[in-house]
Design a protein around this ligand. Structure first.
Ligand code: FES
Length: 86
């Protein structure tokens, strides 16, 4: 199963293919607020595996995010692992 991996603690959390990564990110310490792509609280840097995430959403584009700088509440995982900056 795909995993979200913390670059700081090396802890990893499995996420089903095609599911949002929000819950896993929250467990790894990423703060969330609106969970709707509006506030920017959940900004994460992608250290490895950006190709394993869904395409940028309109909310992410509006906030000038890119494939290495995402909103944790907007991404879904495709397959493979993703290491984040938390
Ligand atoms: S929690 Fe508000 S943009 Fe993700």
């Amino acid at each position: 199963m795909p995993k979200i991996i913390s670059a700081k603690t090396k802890e990893s959390i499995e996420v089903k293919e095609g599911e949002k990564i929000r819950d896993a990110c929250e467990k790894l310490g990423v703060p969330f607020c609106c969970t709707n792509g509006l506030c920017g609280t959940c900004m994460i840097d992608i250290i490895e595996g950006e190709k394993n995430l869904s395409e940028l959403t309109e909310s992410e584009i509006d906030m000038e995010r890119d494939k290495k700088h995402r909103l944790g509440c907007q991404c879904k995982i495709k397959n493979g692992d993703v290491k984040i900056s938390f």
